[in-house]
Design a protein around this ligand. Structure first.
Ligand code: SF4
Length: 460
């Protein structure tokens, strides 16, 4: 959106009221019946008959979700030994909730920042990505997650690059020849081939990135994802979902693919045999009905992809340093009560998705642990480098050691379990048998990833 957000933009057709009484919705949840969007609205708001969130009702929703979690997955809390290797922050899509990106033109060769302004952001070459991943794999990491800005020089592969170079209106397809940039990111295929070292699991190429990797062509998402799979892609992060309701997307990310495009890309990825995760990014301009509709779209998608979604990842909007906050469109993010209800209702509503993740990066340690008692059962990963949340003002650290995981998970009486990305491999960790380090990876021999007390920095 090239103009400020107005009240008219925020006058949504979908309102967070429902005729469904709170008690009926809770009764259905307790009985394990499949919930409707009306039920979800009643639970997320704690009922349309009360103003704001009713604390007692909220606690009853959380208890119900915690019980459901125990029935579905038991007492184990899982986490994964992973590295974030984001390739570039160059992006000109302009999502209003994002401060990860840096205007793409500032990466061009010869660009000079204003005096006193430090050049921001980074782009990594495929060779640099390989080195970072190789080093992490040698330490014991077995998953690399890579989500990047939509760099205008990025193409799927050499063939795609030629098509984009020949395009009559490169601007219309958001293309700038890669040699115009100080650092050439290579193609998506080259980056994936570089990162797929030593059997590491590569979790990358969101629906938005897949769209970027086919721009200016009539290639299907299946075609794109199967080329990426050949290059080493294992699973697809279902980020860029934000809120899967177009009236919300039109406000916060008008430059992104729409709801239908996101769903289409996810189905295509599953069709070629790639595993998926799904996310929601909430707590900005949307209301509880939008959240409920989003959950319904994820549940329907999971039916169509035959259970390919391994986990649902709620991401609470971090407002600091984002255009939405700086332009006074929002005054903050979700409250803790809203966070708890979102996790709980995700567990209750998504009866076909086994795992719900609590993000310590988004909620912090205490908040993250609390979410594990509201319906969540997965506690993310070690994240050797995490640029996205820290750049947007998140305050919750950049690395989590296995020892910290064991301590935190046992402190709430649960069982720490190391898992593979796809949950196929699990290893229960004995809290009485330190030192704690990963054992599931190709080079994971149980050595701690970093010395106790050490902190990784970007690219460490
Ligand atoms: S969310 Fe992604 S696509 Fe949108 S501006 Fe940020 S980096 Fe670019």
């Amino acid at each position: 959106m090239d103009r400020p957000v107005t009240d008219d933009d925020l006058a949504f057709a979908h309102a967070p009221e429902t005729d469904q009484p709170f008690e009926n919705a809770l009764e259905k949840a307790r009985a394990g019946e499949r919930l409707s969007v009306e039920d979800a609205v009643a639970l997320l708001t704690t009922g349309s008959d009360v103003e704001g969130i009713d604390r007692r009702r909220k606690e009853r929703v959380l208890e119900t979700a915690d019980r459901r979690r125990a029935e579905v997955v038991g007492e184990e809390v899982t986490f994964v030994a992973n590295l974030n290797n984001n390739v570039t922050t160059a992006c000109n899509v302009g999502c209003l909730f994002c401060n990860f990106k840096d205007a793409a033109h500032t990466f061009e060769e010869g660009y000079e920042a204003d005096p006193g302004v430090e050049a921001a952001g980074f782009t990594k070459t495929p060779a640099e990505s390989r080195e970072i991943v190789s080093d992490a794999v040698a330490r014991g990491i077995y998953e690399v997650t890579s989500v990047s800005g939509l760099h205008p020089g990025f193409a799927l592969d050499a063939e795609h690059l030629e098509i984009l170079r020949a395009h009559e209106e490169p601007k219309a397809v958001n293309f700038v020849p890669p040699e115009r940039y100080a650092v050439d990111p290579g193609t998506y295929v080259e980056q994936l081939e570089a990162m797929a070292v030593d059997g590491v699991h590569v979790h990358s190429m969101t629906p938005e990135e897949a769209y970027h990797a086919r721009r200016g062509t009539d290639w299907s998402y299946e075609e794109v994802y199967s080329r990426l799979q050949d290059a080493g892609l294992d699973t697809v992060p279902g980020t860029a979902a934000e809120i899967l309701v177009d009236e919300v997307r039109d406000v916060i990310c008008p430059g992104k693919i729409d709801t239908q495009g996101w769903l289409e890309a996810m189905e295509a990825a599953a069709d070629v045999g790639l595993g998926l995760t799904a996310t929601i990014m909430y707590g900005h301009v949307e209301n509880e009905r939008h959240r409920a509709m989003h959950l319904a779209r994820v549940r329907d998608l999971q039916e169509r992809v035959d259970g390919a979604i391994t986990e649902f990842v709620p991401l609470s909007f971090i407002h600091q340093n984002t255009p939405l906050y700086e332009h006074d469109v929002v005054s903050g993010g979700a409250s803790q009560a809203e966070d708890e209800l979102l996790i709980a209702v995700s567990r209750l509503f998504l009866d076909n998705v086994e795992h719900v993740q609590s993000s310590w990066v988004k909620y912090g340690d205490a908040g993250g642990l609390k979410m594990l008692n509201c319906g969540a059962d997965d506690y993310m990963g070690t994240i050797l480098s995490e640029e996205i949340t820290t750049r947007a003002g998140g305050e919750h650290g950049e690395f989590r050691s296995f020892a910290e995981y064991v301590e935190m998970i046992t402190s709430i009486g649960r069982i720490p379990v190391e898992r593979s990305t796809d949950y196929e491999q699990r290893r229960v960790i004995d809290p009485d048998d330190p030192p704690f380090g990963p054992r599931l990876g190709p080079k994971a021999d149980g050595t701690p990833l970093l010395e106790s007390g050490a902190r990784a920095t970007a690219d460490d």
